[in-house]
Design a protein around this ligand. Structure first.
Ligand SMILES: [Zn+2]
Length: 64
């Protein structure tokens, strides 16, 4: 299993996709990453499955 995986996510504001690097040694994490395209803050909720290391990422926009 890779320790780090690159996951492609979609920005909730501008719908562009960008890559985030996920540390798979942490089963659940939440952080904010600025969209590379529109620079708005995107909340990322990341879950890594213990069985197979599958990464699931939710993107949540903060309504202004
Ligand atoms: Zn964006």
């Amino acid at each position: 299993m890779e320790i780090e995986q690159t996951v492609i996510v979609q920005c909730p504001y501008c719908a562009q996709t960008f890559e985030v690097l996920v540390d798979c040694s942490i089963g659940h994490q939440e952080y904010i990453e600025d969209c590379e395209v529109c620079c708005r803050p995107v909340s990322l909720v990341i879950d890594v499955a213990e069985e197979d290391g599958a990464v699931m990422v939710q993107t949540i926009g903060e309504d202004v």
